[in-house]
Design a protein around this ligand. Sequence first.
Ligand SMILES: [Fe+2]
Ligand SMILES: [Fe+2]
Length: 334
Amino acid sequence: MSGRKQQPNTKIILEYIAKFPDAPARVLARKIYNENKAHFDSLDQAVAKCRYYLGVNGKQNRKDIATNQFIRAPRYNQKSLPESHSEKRQRIKLPSGIKRLGIFGDVHIPYHDNEALETMFDKFEEENVDGIYINGDLLDFYALSFHEKDPRKARFKDEIQAGREFLEYVRDRFPGIPIYFIPGNHENRFERYLRKKAVELLDVDEFRLDVLLQVGSTRIEYLPFRSRVSFGNYLIEHGDKIPGAGGVVPARTALMRMKTNVIINHFHKSSSSSQRIYDVDDSSSINGYSLGCMCELEPEYLEINEWNHGFAILHNDQGKISVKNYKIERGNII
Ligand SMILES: [Fe+2]
Ligand SMILES: [Fe+2]
């Protein structure tokens, strides 16, 4: 949904390409990598970036490329593989400088629970969180759902307004720290609605959700839907993409499906699970957590459920994350 940012190592790649315009991609990548190791994950990453900016990855790459300044003409009569439409989820690593990350989701504005929210934000203050992550379903978008609707309930315009007020409130209460917001399946109702009812508006910037919510003016970072986000040794997922994870212990199913340390929202229920794995020379554990929600617990469409209010704080010790998964009952952390 939002444009890609140029990474610092891209600048290095482009400088070398400009300096050595005729060098083969792999030779150039090795030189770049050897002289700038601290800026790259691996030699392979440098090779991939060189190939990308030289436009030697086939036709589709040539179309997608961020700058076509250095694209090389294809070799005479060179055959190429057919155009690929496969998409890779964007990888996003949250900065390692964050030491205590407050994380919550499933607020479902305007069906949010202010008592639970106040309790959580008080705890964030008490624990001095230095980063906040809103893990999807911040807004409900009742009006955009394709289920049967009660026309007396929330209007789209009011939901957007309430969403803006919420983001302003969080920024106001936590000035100066990074705050991230990734859309969940409920925010995606907006895009699905456009696809079905107003396809002409899909690529118009003014109709992007982050623009409507004025996310930029609150200096909150909006991460594209379906990004693959990690913090230290944990993956953070909204959870809607994990098939069948809503069982008795959502964290358990998520852990078994993802097979790595993982945090999910989406199931509105706090749970945790741990599994020992056998490494080459030792064994260690992987852990999964599902977080509670911040919305009303007895919605009309599902009055009897196992939901609870909750959130988590992730403590970062040099990339090793430990998770405190909190439950809230009647305004108290339990
Ligand atoms: Fe949700
Ligand atoms: Fe969800």
